[in-house]
Design a protein around this ligand. Structure first.
Ligand code: SF4
Length: 65
């Protein structure tokens, strides 16, 4: 289980490629600039955090500490 509230996106690194939104539509949406942001109340029952972090070619997704 991965929750959107566990995730953050570094918008300086995000190139708006859309990979995270395409693969994990429960967890990410585009903001008004076309960059990704976590959906605060989003959840993915069958997701693994490592897979979610790996989807980003820019390493822009991280886990909130
Ligand atoms: S995969 Fe990474 S670079 Fe692409 S939209 Fe998501 S956060 Fe941005």
């Amino acid at each position: 289980m991965v929750k959107g509230s566990d995730l953050k996106v570094d918008k300086k690194k995000c190139i708006a490629c859309g990979a995270c939104v395409a693969s994990y539509e429960e967890l990410f949406k585009f903001d008004e600039d076309g960059k990704s942001e976590p959906i605060a109340d989003g959840e993915c029952e069958d997701c693994e955090i490592a897979d979610v972090l790996e989807i980003c070619p820019q390493n822009a997704i991280s886990k909130k500490s």
